[in-house]
Design a protein around this ligand. Structure first.
Ligand code: GDP
Length: 194
């Protein structure tokens, strides 16, 4: 079956989201950098496999070298499996993402989230951005517009609901993500029929 991958910085809530999507329990929080290998699971309600890839970026207590290696491994996995991967879910912390991106841009560094969004596109993997922890965000439309903008999508974000999915994994509010991923699957099916 088709594969969906989950990528994102450490601590954005990937394990919490995986638990919601698959019904499995994952080790959350405690040991950053612990999910080193790709984990494959069935998406509970759908006919596809979901692969959780290790979180990258800053993790307290994890040396720079290890973090770089984790990131390299994630990139290699995506490159090696691009053909079979239909959707790449980039999970963001909706509360923190814009500040982190802007801080990197100010230093003229390529932010991880921007880098991975572009990488998915370059590899022909349809990105879907799961903007997690939306329960902590007050000015949601404004924040989602900023995220769209930073990733190269013209605001308003509401034009991009098949790509941008505000969710709260913790509260189990993930319907927007299910809808976006399903919309991308439907679009791919239509494309095949042409
Ligand atoms: P991971 O490192 O990406 O796997 O992140 P975790 O799933 O371990 O979550 C990191 C922290 O964020 C934990 O304290 C979670 O309880 C919290 N978290 C995850 N999802 C949400 C969410 O939707 N809202 C809020 N407020 N917190 C969340």
């Amino acid at each position: 079956s088709m594969e969906v991958v989950l990528v994102g910085r450490s601590n954005v809530g990937k394990s919490t989201l995986m638990r919601q999507l698959t019904g499995h329990t994952f080790d959350t929080g405690r040991n950053p950098g612990v999910t080193r290998r790709p984990n494959h699971y069935d998406w509970a309600s759908e006919d596809f496999v979901i692969t959780d890839l290790p979180g990258f970026g800053f993790m307290s207590g994890v040396p720079e070298e290890t973090r770089e290696q984790i990131k390299t491994d994630v990139v290699r996995y995506l490159e090696a499996h691009a053909e079979k991967i239909l959707v790449g879910v980039l999970v963001l912390d909706g509360k923190a993402a814009v500040d982190i991106i802007d801080r990197h841009l100010e230093r003229e560094e390529l932010p991880h989230d921007v880098e991975f969004f572009s990488l998915l596109e370059e590899l022909g993997i349809q990105p879907v951005v799961a903007v997690n922890k939306i329960d902590k965000v007050e000015d949601r439309d404004q924040r989602l517009d900023e995220i769209a903008d930073r990733l190269g999508m013209m605001p308003p974000w509401t034009q991009w609901q098949d790509v941008i999915a505000p969710i709260s994994a913790k509260q189990g509010r993930i319907q927007a993500l299910q809808d976006a991923v399903n919309a991308q699957f439907e679009a791919a099916k239509q494309e095949e029929l042409k």
